[in-house]
Design a protein around this ligand. Structure first.
Ligand code: SF4
Ligand code: SF4
Length: 493
């Protein structure tokens, strides 16, 4: 049970089980504090008189709420009891919104902070393999069976086919073959859409094909020449001039496509800043990129000092700029806004993104520990070496199956068993953790998850959780427009 007093002097009772906030008038606040927290706080005579008059009313109110599981009356031993089954995996896979191919491990740049580069463990033993079309075709054929089966419930949402690398445009032949294959697959209730993440070096050569097939393109660029100093060629030269020239070419020649289909990613580090990124993109392209932090997991011990030297914190960078409007402009890529959105989504009751969620039993959401997506709930990722993973961001040791010589090896029972084993290890921590319903901790990022008793470093006890609520509610009270924008732009409310 948590009582929050905001900087504007409002008191809320927040019930973290019901996800409801009650604005407390002074009398009910007093009542709850004395009843629940055994606190007595000084009050004047006039106040006491009023309390005794209203005591009966609030006692009834308290008893009513208490009988409906408020005030921590829920039996927590029943939380997180769900076990995934092969059928769940089958359902998730049939409805996976995205199939992502690691087109190649090869790249025409050697960016200093690349997740597969010299700073990270993932970079060790990486070769220059290309994904074979035979294996990609096998996976698409396999999934086509599911997309046209009774398991498919997503209707006309668009199935994303993503091309990722290395640098995917190096293996353009593969991309053309996959697009061609998809054009010959008939889906009962859906269609394909394509996206690619590229460093932009080869865009001038291949843009017509991407435009003709209505690709969504994400280009990685960190700002101007100096800002882009870590994105270098194999010879150590800054890649900025070539990429900038290519983007300008697309902007000029395919302006409508550029406006709707081209997006940017910028990594924040010590050669750029939130302000510089903002200025560069708004001036040159009238767009803003998604600003991404350097990934701080999986860094080689010997490279840690170098990494932290490069690292720059987004909030700090915004505050150093002295221009808070930057954060509002970046909006969906601002970590602060993302935190607030998660809070609005998870910690404020009566927040439904669609009618189905309104009718769904929300208690289901408490049945899976951690903040990990369900296997294939977000995507399926096929590596160049044939390994199948639930996404491109996690280590290959968590592979869930393989495609080999044109055959898919994916055992739904085994996948369910793997996830259930992880859930079991974390269940007792998650039960007592107060952030569990807005947890964003992916289990694959918990250090030593494969040992018997892994420790989750994001665990929040009551005090840590109260601090978190304090911070979020004060942010919202301080800037109500941001709350309205989150509801509108992120949740379509
Ligand atoms: S990082 Fe974890 S939670 Fe996020 S998509 Fe990948 S598997 Fe899912
Ligand atoms: S933060 Fe950690 S302990 Fe808490 S719910 Fe998430 S995974 Fe579980």
């Amino acid at each position: 049970m948590t009582i929050i007093e905001t900087q504007t002097g409002h008191n809320y009772y927040f019930d973290h089980i019901q996800k409801q906030w009650l604005l407390l008038n002074p009398t009910f606040l007093y009542f709850i504090k004395t009843k629940i927290e055994n606190q007595i706080f000084p009050t004047n005579e006039k106040h006491q008189k009023r309390i005794s008059q209203l005591m009966k009313y609030y006692n009834n109110k308290y008893n009513f709420l208490s009988s409906h599981n408020y005030f921590d009356n829920l039996d927590k031993s029943n939380l997180f009891k769900l076990e995934l089954t092969a059928n769940d995996i089958n359902y998730n896979l049939a409805n996976t919104p995205q199939v992502v191919f690691e087109v190649t491990e090869n790249c025409n740049l050697s960016c200093k902070y690349c997740g597969y580069g010299e700073l990270y463990q993932k970079g060790i033993n990486r070769s220059n393999r290309n994904l074979s079309f035979e294996n990609a075709k096998a996976l698409i054929d396999y999934l086509s069976g599911l997309w046209n089966s009774n398991y498919y419930h997503s209707y006309n949402r668009g199935i994303e086919i993503g091309f990722y690398g290395g640098e995917p445009l190096i293996n353009m032949n593969f991309i053309k073959q996959v697009v061609d294959l998809c054009s010959h697959i008939s889906l009962n209730d859906d269609y394909f859409k394509f996206n690619i993440t590229t460093n932009g070096i080869l865009l001038d050569k291949h843009i017509e094909f991407l435009v003709n097939n209505n690709f969504t393109i994400k280009i990685s660029l960190d700002g101007d020449f100096i800002n882009n100093g870590y994105r270098i060629t194999k010879n150590g030269e800054n890649s900025f001039d070539k990429v900038f020239q290519n983007i300008k070419y697309i902007q000029k020649k395919f302006s409508d496509f550029f406006n709707t289909n081209v997006h940017f990613n910028s990594v924040l580090h010590n050669k750029n800043s939130a302000k510089e990124i903002h200025t560069f993109f708004s001036t040159n392209f009238q767009k803003l990129p998604a600003v991404l932090p350097l990934n701080n997991s999986g860094i080689l011990e010997s490279k840690k000092d170098e990494f932290w030297e490069m690292y720059r914190n987004y909030n700090q960078s915004v505050s150093e700029s002295g221009d808070s409007t930057i954060d509002i402009d970046f909006f969906t890529s601002s970590p602060k806004i993302l935190d607030l959105s998660l809070f609005v989504h998870s910690e404020i009751g009566y927040n439904y993104t669609n009618y189905i969620n309104l009718l769904k039993d929300q208690s289901f959401l408490r049945e899976i520990p951690t903040g990990t997506c369900l296997p294939f709930g977000k995507k399926i990722y096929l590596r160049a070496n044939g390994e199948i993973l639930p996404c491109e961001r996690i280590d290959h040791i968590f592979s869930l199956g393989r495609v080999e010589k044109g055959r898919v090896h994916l055992d739904f029972n085994l996948v369910a068993k793997k996830y259930n084993a992880y859930y079991k290890k974390l269940r007792s921590q998650c039960i007592s953790c107060y952030i569990h319903s807005s947890c964003k901790q992916c289990l694959f990022y918990i250090p030593n998850i494969n040992i018997k008793n892994p420790i989750c470093r994001s665990y929040k006890n009551i005090q840590a959780y109260k601090n978190y609520l304090d911070e979020m509610v004060n942010e919202i009270e301080k800037d109500k427009k941001t709350y309205v924008r989150i509801k509108k732009e992120i949740f379509n409310n």
